[in-house]
Ligand binder design. Structure first.
Ligand code: ADP
Ligand code: ADP
Length: 227
């Protein structure tokens, strides 16, 4: 589904965030991406979603070169990918319902369908009764779950999450991970950047390890040691 071929990313100003990274992500996998702060995890996720473009190498999504797709094709790519950000980037002056509806509004989905899908997504994250609230009225964990509802509302085949448990206590973190597991079991491919090693070990999935912008390790699920 996703393939990196010797991908390098240098930001303006000269910072080399990634160098020569190659790996593949198969449809149906649930994979963790770990590494120290500044290792390049966010950059890697952004390259998949075309929030950044590679400086060298190729990023392929379903065999298409993401770095080369035309402006006209970007909406197609965005529909394939849901993203959960650490800071959940919700609009604080829009109700929970409208925040979650955003990707569907952008995609031009008709209102009755939007209503149905938003409520289904909010129900999945256990926040249906909060649909009329504004994000600042919710706890950090609830806001994070609104961000997740927004990421999954359009049922993207690939879900990317950047430190999704960063602001959650251990119990909520474990719950959230179980939620990702259930999405994965229903067919969504999931790639999660996280430095929570305990959590990663507990789930026993494949782990990609970044170190200073290079892929230092690619540990298959069966070799991930339990905590
Ligand atoms: P991680 O997610 O593992 O913490 P990042 O991908 O955020 O790593 O960052 C990798 C490196 O790229 C860091 O040195 C960071 O400071 C740098 N970097 C990230 N985003 C930008 C940017 N927009 N402009 C310049 N440098 C950046
Ligand atoms: P066809 O050529 O038979 O239309 P494609 O597989 O090329 O089939 O395209 C299927 C869909 O994917 C279309 O909606 C098209 O706009 C989109 N698409 C095609 N090429 C790319 C690409 N490089 N990047 C993103 N989207 C693409």
């Amino acid at each position: 589904m996703v393939r990196f071929e010797q991908v390098a990313k240098r930001y303006p100003g000269g910072i080399q965030a990634l160098g020569e990274v190659s790996f593949g992500l198969a449809r149906g996998e649930m994979v963790f991406l770990t590494g120290h702060s500044g290792a390049g995890k966010s950059t890697l996720l952004k390259l998949i979603a075309l929030l950044e473009r590679p400086s060298r190498g190729r990023v392929l999504f379903d065999g298409r070169n993401v770095g080369r797709i035309s402006r006209r094709q970007i909406p197609w790519l965005r529909r394939q990918i849901g993203i959960v950000f650490q800071d959940h980037s919700l609009l604080s002056d829009r109700r929970v319902f409208d925040n979650v509806a955003l990707p569907l509004v952008i995609a031009g989905v008709a209102y009755p369908e939007i209503r149905k899908r938003v409520r289904a997504a909010l129900d999945k994250v256990g926040l249906l009764e909060k649909e009329r609230m504004y994000p600042p009225m919710l706890s950090g964990g609830q806001q994070q779950r609104v961000g997740i509802a927004r990421a999954i509302v359009a049922k993207p085949p690939l879900l990317l999450a950047d430190e999704p448990t960063g602001n959650l206590d251990p119990e909520l973190s474990a719950e959230l991970m179980q939620f990702f597991v259930s999405l994965n079991e229903l067919g969504t491919t999931v790639l999660i950047a996280s430095h929570d090693l305990d959590l990663i070990r507990r789930l026993q999935r494949r782990v990609l390890v970044l170190k200073d912008g290079a892929l230092a390790d690619d540990v298959p699920a069966r070799q991930v040691a339990a905590p």
